[in-house]
Design a protein around this ligand. Structure first.
Ligand code: DGT
Ligand code: CA
Ligand code: CA
Length: 575
């Protein structure tokens, strides 16, 4: 049981309780616990084994929750969840994935129309039943139908970050096996796509049978779906499916190239091979019957006249032409990042104090950070008004004096209100070192209003950056209806930076948008938006997205030394 799996059970429980109309206090407690547990740095399963009395020391975890965590770790399930599952079936919970369809509406659909799956829902909308339901109407029915289409497109893919944790565990288990040589996760995971459909693991092994047996017996695996001599497909307990292919040493590079994809990239590579009288497949590169390459990916690319191409770029978005011209970018790496400019503390909805966050950032080798708690509009997260913010900054100053070797900027994550004004006045914003402006509310406003809000923020002299600019949540919430071009132009003109928010459910800007921003000369900042000390480890996901965007170190402002970074902020204010 990974912490994420445990967190998911509490989230699931909260969803079902909410649909069944339970006490909102309990629901909130489960949700808050899910969030805390997902980010908890220690393995809960090992805590249960070694010292379960420590569970209650986790913020928001009382005796009742601690007992539940123990039961989950010991039985892989929770009786309360199984019980409520009978009253609120999975198909009803699925409906919550539709934007704008909350627990109350899901409950009404289930109780009044017996809608118990997305398919039922579609039929009910098409039969006109939903529009007639009290509290729904034509407009809601139409937006549900749009939402259904969106869920069908994106709903079933797993977050790459979650899939990677599982893939890493399985790769490691296979590597330990005697007779196993190389093991790598290929496919969309290796390309660091934000979501993955399934996992594709490649290995070399003296005994494919032993490798497949090890996979089948792995604790993360729920079921073997198919098995051949060198190939096995399994379903993990998380629901994700995984293909293991055992390949010969001399084919390893060819198999990696083939199964890393993308399909679109590989089509062009295959065409280049044909033009050279060669044939490429997962076993190697062949001239007639003779294999001329296949042991390494470098060999495979060299056989079609190309340098090795980083997996993150393999989407046929111009990388092959760039490789041919010797113009592949030197992609940014995690080690290039010197600062993290977006994080929360216990002052609002974080779980660690200022001092703990600073220590944790320093321990991770960061040279500077910005503490950016919420502004007052985010009342659910105990957002700060001007007085509390000034008090909070004093606390930051105190910590600055106590911890050396890392610079701490006094920041704020300031909401851009529905009418386009900022949640805090200029006089207090002018005292900040770093102001992140963000959209949190009114995300369904029409394009004109969204653009107006973002433009107002960009024009404000004290706003340094727009955080999670599109406000999307992957698989859950679409981007705002902005005119991205308009926003880019304004950001470039006013010297406002744009964030790649590294939270793996956000990754916002996305890869294509970040590349467009870079093309306009807009500095990108990759930040974690950490709500806990372990949240600071999420930087890697933002870096992957930046690499997919083709960004180099020079395109990302928080690779700069602090003095240069500060000059960029000052430069903006001077304009
Ligand atoms: P996913 O799983 O939907 O996130 O995306 P991928 O890219 O991992 O796709 P997947 O798992 O279907 O296949 C892994 C890679 O294997 C894919 O990127 C390219 C290669 N591949 C799979 N099937 C075919 C095929 O029929 N033809 C070719 N050329 N390549 C294939
Ligand atoms: Ca895949
Ligand atoms: Ca696959």
């Amino acid at each position: 049981m990974l912490n994420n799996d445990i967190a998911r059970i509490f989230d699931d429980l909260a969803d079902r309780l909410e649909i069944s109309g339970a006490n909102s206090f309990r629901i909130r407690a489960y949700r808050q616990a899910a969030k805390t547990l997902a980010e908890w740095p220690e393995s809960l399963a090992s805590m249960v084994k070694t010292d379960r009395t420590k569970l209650v020391a986790i913020p928001g975890v009382g005796k009742d929750l601690a007992d539940k965590i123990v039961v989950i770790c010991e039985t892989q399930s929770l009786p309360q969840l199984e019980e409520i599952r009978l009253a609120v079936p999975d198909g009803v919970v699925d409906m919550l994935r539709i934007p704008g369809l909350g627990p109350k509406k899901a409950a009404a659909l289930f109780q009044e129309l017996k809608v118990a799956s997305l398919m039922d829902l579609k039929q009910a909308v098409e039969a006109g039943q939903v529009a007639k339901l009290k509290g729904f109407g034509e407009k809601t029915a139409k937006s549900i139908l749009e939402g259904l289409a969106q869920v069908e497109q994106t709903g079933t893919r797993a977050y790459m970050a979650e899939a990677k944790v599982e893939a890493d565990a399985i790769v490691e288990a296979l590597r330990k096996l005697p007779g196993v040589g190389q093991v790598t996760a290929a496919g969309s995971l290796r390309r660091r796509k934000e979501t993955v459909g399934d996992l594709d693991i490649l290995a070399t092994a003296s005994s494919p049978t032993a490798a497949m047996d090890t996979l089948a017996a792995h604790p993360l695996v729920a079921q073997v779906l198919a098995r051949g001599d060198t190939k096995q497909r399994v379903r993990l307990k998380s629901g994700l499916e995984l293909d293991l292919r055992v390949v010969p040493e001399e084919s390893y590079g060819a198999a990696m190239q083939y199964f890393t994809g993308s399909k679109e990239h590989n089509i062009v590579i295959r065409r280049r091979a044909q033009e050279r009288g060669l044939k490429i497949n997962e076993y190697g590169v062949f001239r007639g019957e003779t294999s001329i390459a296949g042991r390494t990916e470098e060999e495979v690319y060299a056989s079609v006249g190309l340098p090795w191409i980083p997996p993150e770029l393999r989407e046929n978005r111009g990388e092959i032409e760039r490789a041919e011209a010797g113009k592949l970018p030197q992609l940014i790496e995690l080690a290039d990042i010197q600062g993290d400019l977006h994080m929360h503390t216990t002052a609002t909805d974080g779980t660690a104090t200022i001092s703990e966050m600073v220590q944790a950032a320093k321990a991770r080798g960061l040279k500077y950070i910005a503490i950016t708690d919420h502004s007052k509009r985010v009342s659910m997260a105990n957002g700060l008004d001007a007085d509390r913010l000034r008090q909070h900054w004093k606390e930051i100053d105190k910590v600055r004096g106590q911890i050396s070797g890392i610079e701490v900027l006094r920041g704020i994550e300031c909401d851009i209100l529905e009418d386009g004004t900022l949640d805090l006045d200029d006089d207090v914003l002018s005292e900040a070192d770093w102001v992140i402006a963000v959209l949190h509310y009114g995300l369904r406003q029409p394009q004109d209003q969204i653009d107006l809000r973002l433009l107002n923020a960009i024009k404000n002299p004290y706003v340094s950056i727009i955080g999670h600019p599109s406000a999307r949540i992957i698989n859950k919430r679409p981007p705002v209806a902005w005119s991205f071009e308009t926003i880019l132009k304004a950001a470039a003109e006013y010297g406002v930076m744009l964030e790649i928010n590294a939270a793996y459910q956000r990754l916002d800007l996305d890869d294509i948008q970040a590349a467009a921003a870079r093309d306009r000369g807009i500095p990108i900042v990759i930040s974690t938006d950490a709500h806990s000390t372990s949240g600071l480890d999420g930087l890697e996901y933002g870096v992957y997205q930046a690499r997919r965007a083709g960004l180099s170190k020079a395109d990302v402002a928080n690779t700069l030394p602090i003095a240069d970074f500060k000059n960029k902020i000052r430069g903006k204010r001077a304009r």
